[in-house]
Design a protein around this ligand. Structure first.
Ligand SMILES: Cc1ncc(C[n+]2csc(CCOP(=O)(O)OP(=O)(O)O)c2C)c(N)n1
Ligand SMILES: [Mg+2]
Length: 391
């Protein structure tokens, strides 16, 4: 995958903004790859920052492979839920480029705080994709080690992780780990709906006034369950940043190259001690909110079709093909790898052992408590009362 360090150039925040229309005709959107798969050399952000990437052919192919694998594993998880093997699944369908682009922009030392949908970022952090499936199957608590992978636990409480990330980022700077090119940065993921939460707005204030090395990465997938974007905001979300005193940029979230470029730039500013910023990755949730949602009840098919034409994987495939960076053998190989890995994932999910019910008391406190011991004992007696019965 993209291990290189593409030249994400900055002309400085005070440079005069140049009006440059992307191929979408939307001057607000940073885009480096059009839906048709045409490369745009560079794009200028609202503060004059110029974004570009310079990947090798191998790195371009690596990004494509990531996108396909992440989508396939996600589809497998949705299928497992439909077959009763998971309790719930929150699909990332349509948001692969925002997640792979930003996930690959992270350096090893950077810390990420996800929601419940960041399976693509989790994949980029090198975590076994089985991990969230244990959580959604209800057999464990999703227990990867956040310090080992620099990827915090999934957070279902909307917006809460932005506060955790802000505190963590303030700690990073108090520890003196910013101010150099190999400093540390933090990224907090959240959705468009989350921007209405007090937690997120409080995070903006604290991160701003404490100059925290934090990138707020909002995946605007246009919906918060059934609530459309216009119920959250009357201004483009990235413009909210200005009121809090830090820069904001809107990127085409279906463009993996632009998502990479803006995230790398924002992270590098943060690690250098230049404070927080907000990225609004403009994208679309192609599937349901979760497997317990029916989106046909609140949105029309033509809207989904319009976004299908902006598919993040199709545009990357068109680009690789047109530029002769990849051929049919490569695409077949990626598909085969995706198929093999998803079959493997399924086998491992089905083999997950059910936990003993009494283990629910195990991780409540690091060192336990007398009250908990008493509850555990009571519960054990209760469970023993069934022994020998037919139930
Ligand atoms: C504090 C809180 N309130 C409500 C919910 C219920 N809830 C779960 S997901 C969701 C919508 C979130 O939308 P958004 O932030 O846009 O993220 P998306 O799911 O679209 O990625 C809500 C309201 C919750 N989990 N936590
Ligand atoms: Mg949303």
């Amino acid at each position: 995958m993209a291990k290189g360090d593409p030249g994400v150039s900055s002309r400085g925040r005070r440079a005069a903004p140049r009006s440059r229309k992307g191929a979408t005709g939307d001057p607000q959107l940073v885009q480096l790859l059009t839906p048709e798969g045409e490369r745009i050399e560079s794009a200028t952000g609202p503060d004059g920052t110029e974004y570009r990437v310079d990947f090798t052919d191998e790195e371009y192919r690596g990004l494509y492979r990531d996108l396909v694998l992440v989508r396939k594993l996600d589809a497998e998880a949705t299928a497992l839920q439909r077959q009763g093997e998971l309790g719930l699944w929150a699909s990332l369908l349509g948001q692969e480029a925002a997640q792979v682009g930003s996930g690959r922009a992270l350096r090893a030392q950077d810390m990420a705080f996800p929601t419940y949908r960041e399976h693509g970022v989790l994949y980029c952090r090198g975590i076994d994709p089985i991990m969230p499936l244990g959580l959604f199957r209800g057999v464990d608590q999703g227990g990867w080690d956040p310090n080992e992978f620099k990827f915090n636990m999934y957070t279902i409480v909307i917006g809460a992780q932005t506060l955790h990330a802000t505190g963590y980022a303030m700690g990073v700077s108090m520890d003196g780990k910013t101010g150099t090119e190999d400093g540390e940065a933090v990224i907090a993921y959240f959705g468009d709906g989350a921007t209405s939460q007090g937690d997120v707005n409080e995070s903006f204030v604290w991160a701003s006034v404490f100059n925290a090395p934090l990138v707020f990465f909002c995946q605007n997938n246009q919906y918060a369950i059934s609530e459309p974007l216009e119920r959250q905001t009357r201004v483009p979300l990235y413009q909210r940043a200005g009121g809090f005193g830090f820069p904001g940029v809107r990127v085409d979230g279906n463009d993996v190259l632009a998502s990479y470029a803006v995230t790398r730039h924002a992270l590098d500013n943060a690690r250098l001690g230049q404070g927080p910023s907000l990225i609004e990755a403009y994208t679309y949730r192609m599937g349901a909110h979760t497997t317990s949602d029916d989106p046909t009840r609140y949105r029309i098919a033509s809207e989904v079709e319009a976004w299908q034409a902006k598919d993040p994987i199709a545009r990357m495939k068109a680009f690789l093909t047109k530029q002769q960076i990849a051929d049919a053998d490569f695409f077949a190989d990626v598909d085969e790898q995706a198929r093999t890995e998803s079959v493997h994932l399924r086998e491992r999910v089905l083999a997950m052992p059910n936990p003993e019910p009494v283990t629910m008391f195990d991780h409540v406190y690091p060192t336990g408590s007398p009250e908990l011991d008493e509850q555990r004992a009571q519960f054990s007696r209760y469970m023993e009362s069934f022994e020998g019965s037919a139930h």
